[in-house]
Design a protein around this ligand. Structure first.
Ligand code: TYD
Length: 208
């Protein structure tokens, strides 16, 4: 039998708790003996982490929407080449906090309808979808207050406001319908352990 890795992504609005869930899942799978690579976007490779500070720090008007799509895609390409594909080739489980679905939503929806451009560039330069995507669905108001509670320098996207946060949530749910073969939606409006239990069940089923 050849070992085939599993490429798993977490998606959700800001403050949905997906980063904690990704971390908890990685620990759980490791305790079960799986070889896990936990990574994130933007970032996940040395070059992509440099691009991360370009896109997440500084003035909100620092980049045009189109330039931003190019930067996120450049970061993703580096991450895919250097981190994700090599790990999958070794049969590892790759858990990635955000991937192309975030670009479809954030860059595709937030400054006009650029979804077509995002998809075109994705098929040209990335051409890989996750095997499984867990969407942590979360009440937009709760998510926003959690996200705003964090201090940091990565705040270019954090002043979106409730309207956009609501639009994003609806957009992610629509995306889950569009790609229903790989998306699983988990109700994030519960305590962390209950959410984590659902996530573990879904992933273990996919690994079997
Ligand atoms: P992230 O580090 O996941 O922050 P959080 O844990 O608060 O969700 O992502 C940082 C920001 O980057 C987030 O506001 C969403 C944004 N983003 C995009 O706009 N496009 C993308 O393609 C990705 C991967 C992230």
């Amino acid at each position: 039998m050849t070992k085939a890795g599993l490429f798993l992504t977490f998606e959700g609005i800001d403050g949905s708790g997906k980063s904690s869930q990704a971390r908890m899942l990685a620990e759980r799978l490791r305790s079960l003996g799986y070889d896990v690579v936990l990574t994130r976007e933007p970032g996940g490779s040395a070059g992509a982490e440099e691009i991360r500070s370009l896109v997440l720090e500084g003035d909100p008007d620092r980049w045009s929407a189109e330039t931003e799509i190019l930067l996120f895609t450049a970061a993703r390409r580096d991450h895919l080449e250097r981190t994700i594909l090599p790990a999958l080739a070794e049969g590892k489980v790759v858990i990635c906090d955000r991937f192309a679905d975030s670009t479809r939503m954030y860059q595709g929806l937030s400054r006009g309808d650029l979804r077509g451009l995002v998809d075109q560039l994705h098929s040209l330069m990335i051409g890989r979808e996750p095997d499984l995507t867990v969407l942590i669905d979360m009440d937009p108001e709760t998510g926003l207050s959690r996200a705003k509670g964090r201090q940091g320098t990565e705040e270019r996207f954090e002043d979106f406001g409730l309207d956009l946060q609501q639009q994003m949530r609806a957009g992610f749910l629509a995306l889950a319908d569009e790609f229903s073969d790989r998306f699983r939606v988990v109700d994030g409006n519960r305590d962390m352990d209950s959410v984590a239990q659902d996530v573990t069940d879904i992933v273990l089923q996919a690994l079997r």
